[in-house]
Design a protein around this ligand. Structure first.
Ligand SMILES: [Zn+2]
Length: 296
């Protein structure tokens, strides 16, 4: 699953090509959809005639390739590197089209997934160079620091642009709504890592630029913490161990029953996080209880 479950409000239209600052140009992936909002934001970074492209949108989107080509040709730019934030198709899908039609010979970089063995076929046989946490890319006008931020996906990275104190957040933080995640424990840790960078601006993988990053990250963390606190409270007051569905029935009373399975998935992600932190116990019968010292 990709990027978004909750769409809180409509945002302004994102143009296909926007020069955001002297060193950042946003080129919209032209792949709108319920999970990608107006489409994937891809970013051309640097000021010289060799630049870095962050993310490539979906495969087979001629409109995107034409827009990218137009920007590169007009400014006599070649791509030095392509970096992808994570393996989802709306970020890595266009990589072959970009290499073949826009920039042959350009190196493509991605962090390695830890949840599955990756197959190059999945990436249309494009050779991927492996990113590492803390790696730096330097090109004219831009110094980019790679930061591994798993949670949305195991291979997710964000980039810190030192010259602007900016962060390209991929799908870890979105321009609107809240992001989905696979692993809440690592996801919250990743949010805290981004928070510790104290960015002045965030360029997200979807949706508009975030000009109040600290407030946004605090909201993201609080949003998740609030649900967690409710689960803990419920486990505390339950005399016996309970199932995740019991928790859903109690906490999502006002939610239609048809959505309870989806809610159960979220509750279980919370429980897994709490289990990692030794704050709950999972019993053999798939029931959960709070971890108290005298449980031992
Ligand atoms: Zn995405």
């Amino acid at each position: 699953m990709l990027s978004l479950v909750v769409r809180s409000r409509m945002s302004a239209i994102i143009p296909n090509i926007t020069k955001l600052t002297s060193r950042v140009t946003r080129i919209l992936g032209c792949n709108p959809g319920p999970m990608t909002l107006q489409g994937t934001n891809t970013y051309l970074i640097g000021t010289g005639n060799r630049r870095i492209l962050l993310d490539t949108g979906d495969a087979h989107i001629p409109q995107y390739i034409n827009n990218l080509k137009a920007v590169l040709n007009k400014n006599k730019i070649l791509l030095e590197h392509i970096i992808v934030t994570h393996w989802h198709h709306d970020h890595v899908g266009g990589v072959r089209d970009v290499i073949e039609t826009v920039s042959p010979g350009c190196k493509v970089w991605k962090y390695k997934r830890s949840d599955v063995e990756e197959d190059q076929k999945q990436y249309n046989c494009v050779k991927l160079y492996e990113l590492s946490d803390g790696q730096t890319f330097t090109i004219e006008g831009a110094t980019l620091n790679v930061i591994h931020t798993p949670g949305h996906a195991t291979d997710h990275v964000v980039l810190q642009l030192k010259e602007e104190n900016a962060v390209f957040s991929g799908d870890c933080i979105l321009g609107e709504g809240t992001a989905v995640f696979e692993d809440l424990y690592t996801y919250i840790n990743s949010l805290k890592i981004i928070q510790s960078l104290q960015p002045s601006v965030i360029y997200p993988g979807h949706g508009p630029i975030i000009t109040d990053p600290i407030e946004k990250i605090t909201f993201y963390i609080q949003h998740r913490t609030q649900r967690e606190n409710e689960i803990i409270k419920l486990l505390h007051i339950s005399n016996e161990s309970i199932t995740s569905l019991d928790i859903v029935k109690s906490l999502y009373k006002n939610t239609p029953e048809s959505l309870h399975q989806a809610a159960k998935y979220v509750v279980e992600l919370h429980l897994k996080k709490l289990l990692k932190e030794n704050r709950v116990i999972k019993e053999d019968n798939d029931k959960w209880k709070i971890f108290l010292k005298n449980n031992m």
